[in-house]
Structure formats: structure tokens, C-alpha cells
Design a protein around this ligand. Structure first.
Ligand code: URA
Length: 441
């Protein structure tokens, strides 16, 4: 195979056949195709696009570059949830043990922070001792015992995607619908699922910027899932403001624990229940969304979901006492309340500015090798549309030192806007996309 011929063909708007995709991905993973060749090829893909057959061939090639879970013998439904990335989005930490406590296997392979969004793995690792680098064998045994494992993408799961994704991140080729769909689905299909729920984020803090693109991405993933016997349902949720109140790794774990006790902020509970209900219906353990919600609420109020999380944390080496005493999580030494500069209506709480602000405070990576400070972040008590008075506390800044507090103040000055009036924010859970089309909720 002559790589430069494939680059040329893609550059000129042509297509590759399944065998060419397989060979290209295999040779790149083995190091026989260089990063500079692959970078040029990815940019050609980004600009020219891939048709459905090519997207499917690329997904298969990445999926087959590694091993897969073999969970069918467990004899229970296997359903996961994947989010396209947001700020303050700690839903996975609540949902995985909650759904597992209702008899569904959740083999959740999550990622690290990306751009302005935080990653579930980084959040979980703020629990002292918690390991997420589980081997497939370890994760399988844990799923058999506890119904759920929270792990990262190791070399065993779609290693080609891992390598390609790092290259895309460095070459500005992430925001391509076929490349995103194939990247996510290569990992999700390795989980041997019987169903997948995708949380498509909408609004200024989302990766994709138009509703048409979001629907196209959902349809691409639905199509890829169908080809592998894995039904996919997408739910569109608002990301024009952060989800919940806490933004920052340890702060979000604390809020997730509150949510597992059934006492999380209303928006976090609503998104968790909407996605969880889809998971239960896909798994066929609930006949409809309303029955599913009843089961989910019962698992929260009885303590069953929290008990499952305790077991998962303990099994993965984490300190289970954080569930009873969240002060055992990393704590920021400097804190300051941020107050409204004027009276009016909150018209904007900009998620991108908050996400970037967490990175500024040390809570994210500027390069992959950076250590992250799990303690820093913001707890924001207001939502767009709220009426506030001058001097009213709006948020608390959690920082490492005085310089961090000062940076945090500037972040909130830019992120929170108070005006004489406010446009209504996007509907929190607005659409459901399935093989039957787009439904407005
Ligand atoms: N998440 C992924 O895993 N892959 C992408 O391409 C984008 C988001």
C-alpha cells in the first residue's frame, strides 16, 4: 500500500475501500505509517468527509485493532452511556452505579479532559487511591461481581483510536462528524453492549455548534450501532450553562455523591434520570420511561445506588469513606465567595469560560503530561434566568493560592453576565433521536 496515494485520493475527494481502511489503520498502529503522513490524511478526511461505508470501515478497523469485552455469558443486558462532553457533567459517576444496582451491566470506558471539558477518569481519580487503569480481565471480573466497572481506554481497547485521537487533538482534526462517530463507537462497540445511550450536548459549551451537526452525529452513531447489533438512542441536553453547581474534579465527585443520595441539584437529577430511563428501557428491564424513572428514584432513595458506588470505589482501590465524609477528597486551601456586581437577571453562565477557567486554576492539562490539581474549581449557585441582588453570593472560587483566587474572579467576571433581562436558556432535555427519527421533548 502506498500511503501517499491514499492521501492524494482523499485530498481530491475520493474514497477508500474497506480493505484500504483496514490496512492503513493497521500499519499506522504498527508504526509503519508515520505521524506526518497520517496527519495529512486526517486533514484530508476532515476537509473532504467520509461516506457511511467508509465511516463504518474505519470504525471496524479501529475496533479490531484491540480486544473486546466478552460479556454475553453474564446473561444480563449490557448498556452504557456516553456524553459528547460538557462542563460540570458528572452524570457518568452517578449513572453507572445507579443503573448497575438495577441489574444491568455497565462496562463504562471513559476518557480524560478534552479541550474545555472535564473527563470522568480525572474526576474519579480525585478519590484517594482510586484506580481506573483496569485490565480487561480485571474489569470483566468486577462487572461480574458488581455489575459495573469505571475504566479508561487501555492499550487493549481500540489502540488505533487512542493513537489517532492523540494525533487529531494535536492537528485540529477533532471536530469532524465521521471521525468523532467512528472514534466513540470503536470504543463503545468493544464493550460488547446490548444498547448505548448518547448524551449529545447542545449550546455554546458543546463541541458541535449547530443542531443539524448534532443530529448528523447522532444518526451516524445510530447507524454504526445498528450494523453491530447495538441499538443506540441519543438524548440532546443543554450545555449553554454548566450542569449542576460544581465544576472541578473533586467538587464534582462531591456533588455526584450528593446525587447518589437523591439530593443533587435539580438539573443534574433531571439529566441523570432522563438518560438512565433510556438505559433501562433499552435494557428491557423497564417497559417505558415512566416505569424506569420510578425504579431509578427507588434505587436512589433506598441507598441501593450509593451502596453500589461504595463497592465499586472500594474494589478499584479508592477510599470508600469519602462517601460519608467528602472532606477526605482533595480540598482547595484558598476559597472566596464571588458576589453579584449589580442587581438584575443572570443572562449567561458561559460553560466554555468556566471550563477554561478550571484549566487556568491548574485543574486541567495544557499538555498531556501535566499533573492536574483535583481540588480547584467553582461552585456556581445561579442559573440563567435567576433574579439576583447586588452583593448576593453567586459562586465560590476554590483555588490553590491568592493568585488562583484572583484568576478565578476574572474567570467569573467573564463567565457570568447580569443584565436587565435574560433570554430563556435552552430546554434542559430537548430531543430524543433514535432510528425512528428526531422527537422534540
Ligand atoms: N470523544 C472521543 O472519544 N472521540 C472523539 O473523536 C471525540 C470525543
Amino acid at each position: 500500500m502506498l500511503v501517499h496515494r491514499l492521501i492524494e485520493r482523499k485530498r481530491d475527494g475520493g474514497r477508500l475501500d474497506a480493505g484500504e481502511w483496514r490496512t492503513l489503520v493497521m500499519q499506522y498502529t504498527a508504526g509503519a505509517v508515520t505521524d506526518y503522513q497520517m496527519s495529512a490524511f486526517l486533514m484530508a478526511c476532515f476537509l473532504r468527509g467520509l461516506d457511511r461505508t467508509e465511516t463504518s470501515a474505519l470504525t471496524d478497523a479501529m475496533l479490531n485493532s484491540g480486544s473486546r469485552f466478552d460479556l454475553a455469558s453474564l446473561g444480563v443486558p449490557r448498556v452504557d452511556k456516553h456524553s459528547i462532553g460538557g462542563v460540570g457533567d458528572k452524570v457518568s459517576i452517578v449513572l453507572a452505579p445507579l443503573v448497575a444496582s438495577l441489574g444491568i451491566a455497565v462496562p463504562m470506558v471513559s476518557g480524560r479532559g478534552l479541550g474545555h471539558t472535564g473527563g470522568t477518569l480525572d474526576k474519579l481519580e480525585s478519590i484517594p487511591g482510586m484506580r481506573t487503569n483496569l485490565s480487561l480481565a480485571e474489569a470483566r471480573a468486577q462487572i461480574e461481581d458488581l455489575g459495573c466497572a469505571l475504566l479508561g481506554q487501555t492499550d487493549e481497547i481500540a489502540p488505533a483510536d487512542r493513537k489517532l485521537y492523540a494525533l487529531r487533538d494535536a492537528t485540529s482534526t477533532v471536530e469532524s462528524i465521521p471521525l468523532i462517530a467512528s472514534s466513540i463507537m470503536s470504543k463503545k462497540l468493544a464493550e460488547d453492549l446490548t444498547g448505548l445511550v448518547i448524551d449529545i450536548k447542545r449550546g455554546s459549551g458543546a463541541f458541535l455548534t449547530s443542531f443539524e451537526q448534532e443530529v448528523a452525529l447522532a444518526n451516524e452513531m445510530i447507524h454504526l450501532g445498528e450494523g453491530h447489533g447495538c441499538p443506540v438512542v441519543a438524548v440532546v441536553t443543554a450545555m449553554d450553562r454548566p450542569l449542576g453547581r460544581a465544576c472541578g474534579h473533586a467538587l464534582e465527585v462531591e456533588e455526584a455523591i450528593t446525587a447518589l443520595k437523591g439530593e443533587g441539584p435539580a438539573d443534574l437529577m433531571e439529566v441523570t434520570l432522563a438518560l438512565g430511563a433510556e438505559m433501562l428501557v433499552l435494557a428491557r428491564v423497564a417497559s417505558d420511561a415512566s416505569a424506569a424513572r420510578t425504579d431509578l428514584n427507588a434505587a436512589l432513595s433506598s441507598g441501593k445506588a450509593l451502596a453500589r458506588f461504595r463497592k465499586v470505589v472500594e474494589r478499584q482501590g479508592g477510599d470508600p469513606a469519602v462517601l460519608d465524609d467528602t472532606s477526605r477528597l482533595p480540598q482547595a486551601p484558598a476559597r472566596e465567595t464571588y458576589a453579584a456586581r449589580r442587581a438584575g437577571f443572570v443572562s449567561r453562565v458561559e460553560p466554555r469560560a468556566i471550563g477554561r477557567g478550571i484549566i487556568e486554576l491548574g485543574g486541567g492539562r495544557k499538555v498531556m503530561s501535566d499533573e492536574i490539581d483535583a481540588a480547584v474549581g467553582f461552585v456556581i449557585h445561579v442559573k440563567p434566568g435567576d433574579r439576583v441582588e447586588a452583593g448576593q453570593p453567586l459562586a465560590v472560587i476554590h483555588a490553590r493560592d491568592d493568585a488562583g483566587i484572583e484568576a478565578g474572579r476574572s474567570v467569573l467576571d467573564a463567565a457570568i453576565t447580569i443584565a436587565d433581562e435574560a433570554e430563556p436558556p435552552l430546554k434542559l432535555v430537548s430531543h430524543r433521536i433514535s432510528r425512528n427519527g428526531v422527537e422534540t421533548l
